[in-house]
Ligand binder design. Structure first.
Ligand SMILES: CC(C)(COP(=O)(O)OP(=O)(O)OC[C@H]1O[C@@H](n2cnc3c(N)ncnc32)[C@H](O)[C@@H]1OP(=O)(O)O)[C@@H](O)C(=O)NCCC(=O)NCCS
Length: 155
């Protein structure tokens, strides 16, 4: 398992993986309507730009198994998705450790994210805290329940 910066050519796979991960893991926590809105359509130019500029990918057995990104200006983590075929193997944990390293190198005091309702226990395993449900306004104009969480890097 290794991590590398994403390239523009990873965008289709990253979009497909995002769809698979959401449909597999979020279905017990969100309505069918929300899941459809969340995963419909295809990778836009804006999505491809974001992948090329900000995404990192976990490679496993020659495939992109997981994605993730961090804004090293404000510590915001996003796009943590794992292909269901590779879940439970430490892919997301490896990505989180990599993003934490980038945050530390950037001198950030904390990382933050808006967790899906299903993923909050995973983030707690990674040292994040937070349990209040809030509303996530997605870049595609969708509103979803989420749990804002933070992890201090100072200690
Ligand atoms: C949440 C997600 C990223 C976890 O990915 P993963 O690669 O399967 O997680 P890992 O194998 O690295 O798990 C690391 C630890 O978290 C635990 N964990 C992972 N997912 C969990 C879950 N849904 N509930 C409770 N614990 C979980 C694992 O058991 C493991 O614990 P351990 O350290 O005791 O062994 C993945 O299930 C996913 O893509 N979900 C759908 C998309 C999503 O909701 N993403 C979050 C967007 S904010």
């Amino acid at each position: 398992m290794e991590i590398r910066k994403a390239q523009r050519s990873d965008a289709q796979r990253a979009f497909e993986l995002r769809t698979l991960a959401i449909r597999s893991e979020c279905k017990d926590h969100y309505s069918d309507e929300a899941l459809t809105l969340w995963t419909e359509g295809s990778a836009t130019e804006k999505f491809m730009d974001t992948v090329e500029q900000n995404f990192h990918v976990v490679m496993f057995e020659g495939e992109v198994a997981g994605t993730g990104m961090i804004n090293t200006k404000d510590g915001m983590i996003d796009a943590i998705f794992v292909d269901p075929r590779f879940m439970g193997m430490g892919v997301a944990r490896k990505m989180m450790a990599h993003l934490e390293q980038l945050a530390r190198e950037a001198g950030l005091a904390q990382m933050k994210l808006d967790s899906t309702l299903n993923a909050a226990p995973f983030y707690r395993r990674c040292g994040f805290s937070g349990d209040k449900v809030s509303t996530y306004h997605s870049p595609r104009g969708i509103q979803l329940d989420c749990i804002p969480m933070t992890k201090s890097l100072s200690e």
